[in-house]
Design a protein around this ligand. Structure first.
Ligand SMILES: *Cc1c(COP(=O)(O)O)cnc(C)c1O
Length: 409
């Protein structure tokens, strides 16, 4: 019986160029982004220019985390206490957390079987919620028809802020993810598409919103040292009005990130190879539903999802335990209690109970796994064979389902 021995949480090392750049910062000691020698341009300011160019945005701000980027974006577009903010019913905890961070109320929208936001429910909830902002999460890299979404939001007077934690490097109809809405937010946390431990970006073409974001991030009166920033006039009276809520990026992380941005496209290509190999291996597995991808979606396959639609929970648990015994770590969005990074809308009790029957049906059968780039295409093939064998065995009842099967973790 084949067993997989790799680690689902092991990312690639930082490229040598990034290590060298980080050592240079450590040696001169000017880690704070505004601590520069005469004539020096901080690594953080250079990183912002690099990222703005990469996604074709006028402005970019590097910050301390993806969650901070989202909360700052919401504040910068004027979301305040007790405002309703629309978001996906299927996402990760930092998304409703960013809404809660500004004292606002998340209003969840249903998710489809394609794992994207349900556009009909979005239209209905724009009408009933009074929300003026959608924090759209491209959860696990699944991108909806962005042209339709923007048409719906524009018609409803709803501003879109994009959570691109899983879509850095992705495109829809050629437009980089994060460039459809007013502001795009990204994460550079270790498990995302560029790794600085913690970190994030906001990008936008909106000078007023970005001036507010820069002031919010803790720029004091040093905003003129930013390069991918609106001109000093944009800060005019704002500098007296906007509170400082420190969450800056530092030069050490920026130095680590810059060489990684330069090779993002190459990594996206490698992720696609892993994803397609696994997908091909799983095709035709009885009882297992693959997630179809939109033809115009150029996605990043850094994780993989499939559905065990309408399975009894006991059988799903059995698949997870049997795969775990063979070294394949699956996460399940249907578990009663939140586990590690995986939690669900009804676990976020501060948001209140919101009935989402379609989302609940999808999540009850949703299995998720990471595909780190330390895996080879043959690893993806092996993982696929193991999952296929175990799903088939349980589905066809070839093995008896024990009365209680412990979860892998
Ligand atoms: C990781 C993540 C974020 C941002 O996370 P940070 O850890 O704060 O950088 C936002 N949204 C989703 C869906 C994520 O997975």
């Amino acid at each position: 019986m084949e067993v997989f021995r790799g680690s689902f949480t092991q990312q690639e090392p930082i490229p040598e160029e990034g290590i060298a750049a980080a050592l240079a910062v450590l040696r001169h000691g000017r880690l704070h982004r505004y601590n520069t020698a005469p004539g020096e341009i901080a690594q953080t300011a250079l990183l912002e220019e690099d990222f703005a160019r990469l996604v074709g945005a006028k402005y970019c701000l590097a910050v301390a985390s993806g969650g901070y980027a989202m909360a700052t974006a919401l504040r910068a577009v004027g979301v305040g206490h007790d405002d309703a903010v629309l978001s996906n019913g299927f996402t990760l905890a930092p998304v409703p957390g960013a809404i809660a961070a500004v004292g606002a109320r998340p209003v969840f929208v249903e998710v489809t079987q394609e794992l994207t936001i349900d556009l009909e429910d979005l239209e209905a909830k724009i009408a009933t919620s009074g929300a003026r902002v959608l924090l759209l999460s491209h959860m696990r890299g699944h991108i909806c028809d962005m042209d339709r979404l923007m048409a719906i939001c524009d018609a409803g007077g709803v501003m879109v802020v994009e959570d691109c934690a899983h879509t850095m490097g992705a495109r829809f109809r050629g437009v980089p993810s994060g460039r459809h809405g007013r502001i795009g937010c990204y994460s550079t946390q270790t498990y995302k598409h560029a790794n600085s431990g913690e970190g994030g970006f906001l990008v936008s073409d909106d000078a007023g919103a970005m001036a507010r974001a820069i002031l919010l991030s803790g720029s004091y009166m040093l905003y003129a040292r930013h390069r991918a920033a609106p001109p000093p006039e944009a800060f005019g009276s704002l500098r007296f009005e906007i509170p400082n809520i420190s969450g800056r990026m530092d030069n050490l992380r920026a130095a680590i990130l810059r060489p990684q941005l330069a090779t993002l496209d190459d990594r996206v290509g490698r992720w696609e190879t892993l994803y397609r190999r696994l997908e091909a291996e799983l095709a035709g597995t009885p009882g297992l539903t693959l997630i179809p991808r939109h033809a115009d979606e150029h996605f990043v396959g850094s994780s993989f999802q499939f559905l065990l639609q309408d399975w009894q929970p006991l059988r799903t648990r059995s698949v997870i335990a049997r795969c775990a015994a063979r070294g394949v770590e699956l996460k399940w969005f249907g578990a009663a209690d939140p586990v590690a990074f995986t939690s669900r809308h009804d676990h976020w009790r501060y948001a209140g109970t919101q009935p989402l029957p379609r989302t609940d049906r999808v999540l009850a059968g949703l299995i998720d796994m990471r595909l780190p780039l330390t895996f080879t295409p043959d690893d993806a093939g092996l993982i696929g064979r193991i999952v296929k064998a175990e799903v088939s065995a349980v589905f066809q009842g070839a093995e008896e389902v024990p009365a209680a099967v412990p979860l892998g973790d």
